[in-house]
Design a protein around this ligand. Structure first.
Ligand code: NAD
Ligand code: LMR
Length: 326
């Protein structure tokens, strides 16, 4: 058996975590040979509810669960952490855009970025789920100057999965037939799901659908799916978000499949002309615990406009939180 790794999860008594923690402890994120110590962070008033979650984790008798830490102190939660899933943040309600949460949530991520900087393993892998995820990841990253910025990522895997399923349903196939999906940009209603490189059974997806459906139905449905879930469920996506978080971390830690890639919000190095330093969703391959942006994809004018629009929104979000970016 391997030595246990430390996995910090914030918002651990919230609805996403209620789906997430049990799957991490079951080995679905880091592998069935990898014991984990869960380091769970909550705000003080939620520590009672967190105790209940920890009791249930105990009651599962997970062979891989090597310990549970419960705390309201970020310095304790991130101590020696190898992985961090930053979920704790307010979710939006009906009629809100995710960036409306910026004011309520941004401060959380500057505090946690500092605590990661001061306490975590220098090799920590961070995934930000709390919205607006890309800009919260940027805030955390900029408050952790001693950690390589590549180690801070934001979740667009849920959008990626949504885009795969909508395409499979339209083409009468299954998600097993769909490869090379790409979400560019922000986890927001400006994100750009790109079918020019995606394939269905080896054929280019954009050639299998008509442009009117792509522009008028597919793109807006993927962009608005989070809002549609809120409308239908009366609460934001939880199990599917947890599933995407598991998949994001698993790909990063254990690698992506040969001949395929995944979408991840990562630190832009200027690839595809996107401003350096933004946390922008790109197609990525992962290997040996590291990610690389897929290079050399052709970008036509249609795609370029949409990639620029979502970049513009990220630049505006960054400027709106400049007081939190040292
Ligand atoms: P929730 O309200 O059920 O849970 C959030 C939890 O975070 C609460 O228990 C709260 O007490 C805790 N919390 C708040 N501030 C905290 C802090 N400073 N430190 C630690 N914990 C803190 O919300 P949820 O449904 O679990 O969603 C959490 C976040 O994830 C929301 O911002 C939501 O919009 C976002 N989300 C993102 C995606 C994505 O694809 N990136 C998908 C779904 C949801
Ligand atoms: C989602 O995409 O489901 C989440 O980001 C929740 C939301 O606010 O849409």
């Amino acid at each position: 058996m391997k030595a246990p790794v430390r996995v910090a999860v914030t918002g651990a008594a919230g609805q996403i975590s209620y789906s997430l923690l049990f799957r991490i402890a079951a080995g679905q994120m880091l592998g069935e040979d990898q014991p984990v110590i869960l380091q769970l962070l909550e705000i003080t008033p939620a520590l009672g509810a967190l105790e209940g979650v920890a009791m249930e984790l105990d009651d599962c008798a997970f062979p891989l669960l090597a310990g549970i830490v419960q705390t309201d102190d970020p310095n304790v939660a991130f101590k020696d952490a190898d992985y961090a899933l930053l979920v704790g943040a307010r979710p939006r309600g009906p009629g809100m855009e995710r960036k409306d949460l910026l004011e309520a949530n941004a401060a959380i991520f500057s505090v946690q970025g500092k605590a990661i900087n001061d306490n975590a393993s220098p090799d920590i892998k961070v995934l930000v789920v709390g919205n607006p995820a890309n800009t919260n990841a940027l805030i955390a990253q900029r408050n952790a100057p001693n950690i390589n910025p590549r180690q801070f990522t934001a979740m667009t895997r849920l959008d990626h999965n949504r885009a795969m399923t909508q395409l499979a349903q339209k083409t009468g196939t299954t998600i097993n037939d769909v490869k090379k999906m790409t979400i560019w940009g922000n986890h927001s209603s400006t994100q750009y799901p790109d079918l020019h490189h995606a394939t269905v059974n080896g054929k280019t997806a954009i050639d299998m659908v008509d442009q009117a459906w792509y522009e008028g139905t597919y793109i807006p449905e993927v962009q608005q799916r989070g809002a549609a879930i809120i409308k239908a469920r009366g609460a934001s996506s939880a199990a599917s978000a947890a599933n995407a978080a598991i998949a994001h971390m698993r790909s990063w830690a254990l690698g992506t499949a040969e001949g395929d890639w995944v979408s991840m919000g990562v630190y832009s190095d200027g690839s595809y002309g996107i401003a350096e330093g933004l946390i922008y969703s790109y197609p990525c391959v992962c290997k040996n615990g590291d990610w690389e942006i897929v290079q050399g994809l052709e970008v036509n004018d249609f795609s370029r406009d949409r990639m620029a629009a979502t970049e513009q929104e990220l630049a505006e979000e960054r400027d709106a939180v400049s007081h939190l970016l040292p």
